[in-house]
Design a binder for this molecule. Structure first.
Ligand code: SF4
Length: 409
């Protein structure tokens, strides 16, 4: 059963990044960034398509040289998702990206510093109806702000940098803004976003910058992003991983789905952690299932459980699942035993029934099987397992007995 989020959502203005709304109650969007040379428009477009398939709603490309801007002119009309141009240092590259037709700009206030340059870009963006993300980065703060706060990056300094940029934009009447205050330190970015959320109603783009390789980068990003989302802060997110950017898009999508903040798109695979009762190699079977469902758009929760003793009960809320018992796989649908298959057909059976449920629904699937017979077979294998392993398959009773002996001695 899919649980929808009851997290509050902070009220924000909405900006349109191409056809994707950000803020103002819109679904939280997932972003990622290409790692190809933007000038190589064919390779970049291929990566954008792959990112969109993996769950990215918006993709950013660097615009660091005139050839990149020319690449963007070829990429934007063929892209399946809105394109953001990432601009550092050279405000002329921002103007070139706007000329190329991008859907949004990202400016780093730490390295485009001259107010007249910032305002020139904002004026042009305003005329074209293109939003700008003010992308403050703890690692590249404006030197004056860095000095002002004692040569330390503080949340206050990051927030002040964003507010200063908003000030330049408002001088030219530009308000199509979203903001990020990213840092590689999770506590620092959380503090900065919290402070910013108190001061502005512009939509916020969340991320932990330079989070690093897997799995640490995933953990850091999730710690920062999920903490803020649970407080209602955040309108769009990006995982910044030192990994294939496909992993970023997948992670962003999965985080939002797991928090009930986006509708499920792909399989939510759950599996028991395995224990002394397991009848199969749960890790191997779960990996086989992950590969089998990898790119399938099947928004079901599917369970793989190591034994029929506890598995079906513990995964009763899953749409579909299978539990091992006595060298057989016991298929269950919505908590009801549905069929028994050979152990080596567990994953292929799940795929077959997931397809059937997607086409006809769970009730039709249950109507197609002999539930009573499947339940009898499951009960028989459960009893066999209990008889061979005992009720305490993990042998905790013996351990408790030993502990008592030690402590009573
Ligand atoms: S009791 Fe069964 S379902 Fe639960 S962790 Fe152990 S093997 Fe998995």
């Amino acid at each position: 059963m899919e649980v929808q989020s009851t997290f509050p959502r902070r009220s924000t203005h909405q900006v349109m990044v191409g056809d994707v709304p950000v803020g103002g109650g819109a679904p939280i969007s997932v972003q990622s960034m290409t790692v190809t040379k933007t000038a190589d428009h064919e390779a970049t477009l291929q990566q954008i398509y792959d990112l969109a398939m993996a769950g990215a709603d918006i993709v950013r490309c660097t615009c660091n040289e005139p050839e990149a801007a020319e690449g963007l002119a070829r990429i934007v009309p063929r892209s399946p998702v809105p394109i953001v141009a990432d601009i550092h240092h050279q405000y002329r590259m921002a103007l070139a990206a706007l000329e190329a037709g991008v859907d949004c700009l990202r400016l780093n206030p730490g390295n485009i510093r001259k107010p007249e340059h910032i305002k020139a870009v904002a004026r042009e963006a305003k005329d074209r109806g293109v939003p700008i993300r003010i992308g403050v980065n703890g690692g590249s703060l404006h030197p004056d702000l860095y000095a002002k706060y004692g040569d330390v990056v503080t949340p206050e300094a990051m927030v002040e940098s964003a507010l200063q940029e908003i000030g330049y934009f408002s001088e030219v009447g530009f308000d199509q803004i979203k903001i990020s205050v990213k840092a590689s330190s999770v506590p620092l970015m959380i503090d900065a976003y919290r402070q910013l959320a108190e001061l502005t109603e512009h939509p916020l783009h969340l991320g932990v910058t330079e989070a690093g390789p897997l799995p640490g980068g995933l953990l850091k990003s999730t710690a920062g992003i999920a903490t803020l989302l649970a407080e209602g802060i955040g309108d769009t997110i990006r995982y910044s991983l030192t990994a294939d950017p496909i992993e970023e898009a997948k992670a962003g999508r999965q985080l939002l789905e797991s928090m009930g903040l986006r509708e499920r798109k792909n399989v939510d695979l759950i599996a028991c952690p395995s224990c002394g009762r397991a009848e199969i190699d749960v890790v191997a079977v779960a990996e086989e299932a992950l590969a089998a469902f990898a790119d399938r758009e099947i928004p079901l929760q599917i369970a793989i459980m190591g034994c029929v003793v506890n598995g079906p009960g513990e995964a009763r809320d899953a749409d579909l699942g299978i539990a091992a018992g006595n060298h057989r796989g016991h298929l269950f649908i919505k908590g009801r035993n549905a069929a028994v298959v050979p152990e080596d057909e567990m994953v292929s059976t799940l795929v077959e029934w997931a397809d059937f449920i997607m086409e006809h629904g769970a009730d039709a699937a249950l109507a197609r099987v002999d539930v009573d017979r499947a339940e009898r077979e499951a009960a028989r294998d459960r009893d066999r397992l209990l008889a061979s392993q005992g009720v305490d398959a993990n042998d905790s009773g013996t351990r408790i007995e030993m502990i008592r002996r030690h402590t009573e001695a």
